[in-house]
Design a binder for this molecule. Structure first.
Ligand SMILES: Cc1cc2nc3c(=O)[nH]c(=O)nc-3n(C[C@H](O)[C@H](O)[C@H](O)COP(=O)(O)O)c2cc1C
Length: 159
């Protein structure tokens, strides 16, 4: 952080959640609740003048406000919360809104949570999120099918 401080970097995002297929999603585990990098962000802020963004585990407006007011971060990053409700920033700015309801998944499928949020983002892009109702297994299947289809398309292009 001290090295970065001497550069022209505009923003440091303290973030992580291991959202890669095959890896458990640490931010969804029972042991993590609320902004799990808040102390890390606070330490970073103490040694840099670059604005610090805190990402990971923020699901409610009250958590975002508390983190900002405590001085631990200058900005808040939201990944899954925004994937569930992309209009959240507007509603949080205009009223005391809560966070979206997070899906409760039965059991764990390696990579399933990542696939579920990825396919949810795809549904948002296609304006079909109202019909998006996949289980972890279904999401993983459509995620893998989408990947395979992409690979074959790309391979045709470059061969
Ligand atoms: C669908 C999805 C894809 C992600 N892809 C990446 C990625 O490519 N690189 C990365 O560093 N983090 C990635 N993340 C992790 C997020 O940046 C973030 O650190 C993590 O989701 C925790 O924040 P949250 O609690 O607001 O979701 C991804 C998260 C999700 C849900």
């Amino acid at each position: 952080m001290r090295l970065i401080d001497r550069t022209s970097v505009d923003l440091v995002d303290v973030s992580g959640g291991t959202y890669f297929p095959g890896a458990p999603s640490s931010s969804d585990s029972a042991s993590t609740s609320g902004p799990y990098f808040i102390e890390f962000a606070r330490c970073a802020k103490n040694i840099t003048s670059i604005p610090v963004m805190l990402t990971g585990g923020i699901k409610k407006r009250i958590e975002a406000i508390a983190a900002l007011e405590s001085g631990a971060a200058d900005a808040i990053g939201l990944a899954r919360t925004m994937a569930l409700n992309p209009s959240l920033a507007n509603s949080w700015m205009s009223f005391d809104g809560c966070g979206p309801d997070f899906p409760k998944f039965d059991g764990t499928v390696p990579g399933g949570v990542t696939a579920w949020y990825s396919m949810r983002l795809t549904a948002l892009g296609e304006d079909t999120e109202d019909q998006f109702d996949q289980s972890l297994e279904e999401a993983l299947e459509s995620y893998d099918a989408r990947d395979a289809e992409r690979c074959s398309r790309w391979l045709k292009r470059i061969s």
